[in-house]
Write a new protein. Structure first.
Length: 146
């Protein structure tokens, strides 16, 4: 896709303004190769029809970058189950059960996370760059069906 086509596609997909501005005048190859944000890449991959197992593998590996911060065993189990699912070693039902348990754990820690997030801007930027590299290592541009 050339820069004009990708610009229109991002508008059609209702990409956020910040992402559209960053991607302006870039081809799909340039966007995929240079994007500094894993969350944007995962969003685009989802919009582009990347399959659930591959998406789960990429998301799980991104989440693994903060595994050391996970205190609740339900969250750790959900991460490990998602990684196993991404490798084809867990079922849809196992993934759903682990996600349900992790959601309960997340609710319990929401207040703690909000307080900790107040001074985490620099860490978030580094995490975005790191997760972009992870996404690129799992989801190739050829997988995007835009």
């Amino acid at each position: 896709m050339n820069a004009t086509e990708i610009k229109q596609k991002l508008i059609d997909l209702d990409a956020c303004r910040e992402a559209r501005e960053w991607a302006d005048r870039k081809t799909l190859s340039e966007i995929w190769g240079q994007c500094p944000r894993g969350d944007w890449m995962l969003w685009l991959a989802r919009q582009a029809g990347v399959d659930k197992r591959t998406m789960t593998a990429a998301k799980a590996d991104c989440a693994a970058t903060i595994k050391h911060l996970m205190k609740d065993p339900r969250s750790i189990k959900a991460l490990e189950t998602a990684q196993a699912y991404g490798r084809g070693e867990a079922t849809d039902d196992e993934l759903a059960a682990a996600a349900y348990a992790a959601a309960a754990a997340a609710a319990a820690y929401a207040a703690y996370a909000a307080a900790a997030a107040a001074d985490a801007y620099a860490a978030r930027k580094q995490s975005q760059i790191r997760t972009a590299e992870i996404v690129r290592s799992i989801i190739t541009i050829e997988m995007l069906q835009l």
